[in-house]
Design a protein around this ligand. Structure first.
Ligand SMILES: [Zn+2]
Length: 359
């Protein structure tokens, strides 16, 4: 079906060259189209990427398809056109069939240790079953597997790695043999070395990273999604745990205190950072722009964070990074230059997904 071409004009990021961009049959072209409808003028940014999202998840566990749809729409309407789901108990495969919802890369379910994660979220297992479970989730997902690398052990009263080193090594080998990449939730330091030694591809949160971990990540191209709005909630966890688990409270307090220095050390060393809202419940969807601002507030340059939430993340996830001739028309138009004022990300003037207007 051929529809009337749409015409956009303005600086096209990342290079910022002022261009006339047309959308024809869902694709970008820079060839003049006579009879095109003028759609918008402004700063044109390749579709935003939420690198740590949880579609279909709420505090109690999986939600209905209707609620999942609302979460995806909230994300889409703020310009998030590609999401890497970082673990969901809901079967969200149907989202792939929906032309009006963002592109989705699913991780399958979180893989956690028995009774050592939020109830109703993950598959909970013992170390001996880790490799087989990873194989199942790798086959059920879209090329990523999510491990819960550490969580509070009530027996030990502190943050503790979920699995043994041998189990982690076997599991990551299994995932890679099946063509899946692996990421892990890691708050503390102790879970990191076995995961990095085993060749993990990405670390979520990463508040426990030490200098040698960071060096290893740079050398091996391991990404970090810091979810700074999430790690800013550590004081809440500390208060909830202080009486029963004082050692855990102390650990979390210390991780919270050093989180900015850790993030900036990772950035300065050259770790690839990406932006994740950690959106779970519906109120936490549609807020990637807040995470972008929060990362910039930590001290990261605005152009770096925007690239981490757009062109660089797209490339990392195997999609077209920019808006070249013939690329899928997935982009967002803003009335001002977002690199100069990231707050404009809250109010896109035009969202184009698969060549159609939303938002
Ligand atoms: Zn998460």
């Amino acid at each position: 079906m051929t529809t009337t071409p749409l015409r956009f004009s303005g600086p096209v990021l990342p290079d910022g060259e002022v261009r006339e961009l047309y959308v024809v049959d869902g694709r970008v072209t820079y060839e003049h189209q006579s009879g095109a409808d003028t759609a918008a003028e402004g700063w044109i940014v390749p579709g935003l990427v939420d690198a740590h999202n949880h579609l279909g998840l709420e505090d109690g566990g999986a939600v209905s398809e209707e609620d999942t749809e609302q979460q995806a729409i909230a994300d889409r309407d703020t310009g998030v056109l590609l999401m890497r789901d970082c673990g969901s108990p809901a079967d969200t495969r149907w989202v792939h069939e929906r032309e009006d919802l963002p592109h989705l890369i699913r991780c399958g379910r979180h893989i956690a240790r028995t009774r050592r994660y939020i109830r109703g979220y993950g598959v909970e297992i013992e170390p001996d079953d880790l490799a087989d479970t990873v194989a199942e989730q790798a086959q059920a997902g879209d090329g990523w597997v999510k491990l819960v690398g550490d969580w509070i052990s009530r027996d030990e009263g502190d943050l503790t790695p979920s699995f043994t080193d041998d189990a982690v090594a076997a599991a990551i080998g299994t995932a890679h043999a099946l063509g899946a990449r692996v990421t892990a939730h890691c708050f503390g330091a102790d879970s990191l070395a076995p995961l990095l030694d085993a060749g993990i591809d990405c670390i979520e949160h990463g508040t426990g990273l030490q200098e040698h971990h960071i060096e290893q990540m740079v050398a091996r191209g391991v990404a970090l999604v810091p979810t700074v709005q999430q790690t800013d909630k550590f004081p809440e966890y500390v208060e909830a745990a202080r009486d029963k688990f004082p050692a855990y409270a102390t650990t979390m307090e210390s991780l919270h205190r050093s989180r900015r220095d850790v993030l900036m050390a990772a950035y300065d060393a050259g770790v690839d950072l990406f932006v994740g809202s950690d959106g779970g419940g519906s109120s936490r969807h549609g807020c990637l722009h807040e995470e972008i601002l929060a990362m910039a507030d930590m001290g990261l340059p605005a152009d770096y964070v925007l690239g981490a939430a757009s062109w660089r993340a797209r490339s990392w996830l195997g999609r077209n990074p920019g808006l070249d001739e013939g690329d899928p028309a997935d982009f967002v138009v803003y009335p001002r230059n977002p690199v100069e004022d990231l707050t404009v990300l809250a109010t896109p003037s035009y969202v184009v997904l698969r060549g159609r207007r939303f938002g």
